[in-house]
Design a protein around this ligand. Structure first.
Ligand code: IMP
Ligand code: MG
Length: 185
C-alpha cells in the first residue's frame, strides 16, 4: 500500500512509539510563509542555499521550490569517523564545492538543538569568507540552544523532546514520515 504513513496519528519506529505533533499541512503552510519572507527580504539579490545532509533534504526541497529569486542550492554533510583523539568521534564537514567568497548564504537545517552544528557550519562559512550568513531551520528547540548566532528563519519552536519525520530520523528511520512526530514517553 503506498503512502502507508499518511494521516497516521501514531507510528512505531524500532522500539519506540511516536505521535503526530505537526501535520503535513501545517508544515507546508509554514514553509510557504518562510519562502515568501525570503522572497521579499532578498528581492533582487542572488542567494546560495546550503542544505545540511541528511536531515534537511526534505525541508530544503520544499523551501527551494517556493523561492523565486536567482538562487542556487548546494549540500554539505557532517561525516563522522572514528578519531584517534580521546573525544572519540570526529565530525568533518564534507562537500564544500562552491566558491563562497562574498556570497549571501542561507543555511538550511532540519533542527537546531544545542546549536553545535550551526556554530560549526557558520565557522566554516566564515573561513571561506562568505558574505551575509543566515540560518533557516524547520524546527528549533529554544530551551536547548546554547549558542549566540541568531536562527533567522524558524519553522516551529518545539520543546526539548525527541522528534522524527520530515527528514528527521531515529537511528536512520522515520525520515519519510510527511509530518513531525514526537516520542511518547
Ligand atoms: P545540534 O545539537 O543543534 O548540533 O543538533 C545536532 C543534530 O542532532 C541535528 O542536526 C539533528 O540531526 C539531531 N537532532 C537534534 N534533535 C533531534 C530530534 O529531536 N530528533 C532527531 N534528530 C535530532
Ligand atoms: Mg541535522
Amino acid at each position: 500500500m503506498p503512502q502507508i504513513f499518511v494521516k497516521m496519528k501514531e507510528v512505531r519506529i524500532l522500539d519506540k512509539s511516536f505521535k503526530e505533533m505537526i501535520s503535513e499541512e501545517q508544515i507546508e503552510t509554514r514553509i510557504l510563509e518562510l519562502a515568501e519572507q525570503m522572497n521579499t527580504e532578498f528581492a533582487g539579490r542572488e542567494i546560495l542555499f546550503m542544505g545540511i545532509l541528511n536531515g534537511a533534504f526534505l525541508f530544503a526541497a520544499s523551501l527551494f521550490r517556493k523561492i523565486n529569486l536567482q538562487a542556487r542550492i548546494s549540500f554539505v554533510k557532517l561525516a563522522s569517523y572514528e578519531g584517534t583523539s580521546s573525544s572519540g568521534t570526529i565530525k568533518e564537514l564534507i562537500g564544500w564545492n562552491d566558491d563562497l567568497k562574498g556570497k549571501t548564504v542561507v543555511v538550511i537545517e532540519d533542527i537546531v538543538d544545542t546549536g553545535n552544528t550551526v556554530e560549526r557550519i557558520v565557522g566554516e562559512l566564515e573561513i571561506r569568507k562568505a558574505g551575509e550568513i543566515r540560518i533557516a531551520s524547520l524546527l528549533f528547540k529554544p530551551n536547548a540552544y546554547k549558542k549566540n548566532h541568531p536562527i533567522d528563519y524558524v519553522g516551529f519552536e518545539i520543546p526539548n523532546d525527541f522528534v522524527v519525520g520530515y527528514g528527521l530520523d531515529y537511528n536512520g528511520y522515520g525520515r519519510n514520515l510527511p509530518a513531525i512526530y514526537t516520542l511518547i514517553k
